[in-house]
Design a protein around this ligand. Sequence first.
Ligand code: 5GP
Ligand code: ZN
Length: 138
Amino acid sequence: MSDDCLFCSIVDGDIPGRIVAERDGALAFLDANPLAPGHTLVVPRTHAERLDDLSADDSRAVFDLVHDLVPDVEAAVDADGLNVGVNDGEAAGQEVPHVHVHLVPRFEGDGGAPVHAVAGDRPDLSDDDLDEIAAKIE
Ligand code: 5GP
Ligand code: ZN
């Protein structure tokens, strides 16, 4: 538990949340300001700000729950598809500093966009640039 963390408070039951699934290491609840009906957040029970701060066990708990919930959320709102995403860090749009995976149901013709739309202008990268980046990540 981290003091003053909104999602720790939901995990601890100190503030209400529409909880849809509970596991040992992870919890899922509806987003209070949904982008679509069924917009769900999956969080680790233990406070961690960024994905890189998650323990291996908590990471497994979170992503196993994501995997299990995708079909349930999609079916519950009769969606045609679903985007799964994490805003990891302030520069990526993270507002609540407790790791959370967004499950956003999508509907044919809903006017939304694919995850390709989240970044800014596309960079102009040569094959050499791509090779260098791949080597650094590796
Ligand atoms: P972020 O930008 O950090 O990835 O997303 C934070 C999400 O938390 C937003 O989608 C926002 O609607 C949601 N949110 C903010 N405050 C609350 C709250 O008090 N309860 C719930 N259930 N969701 C919240
Ligand atoms: Zn927290």
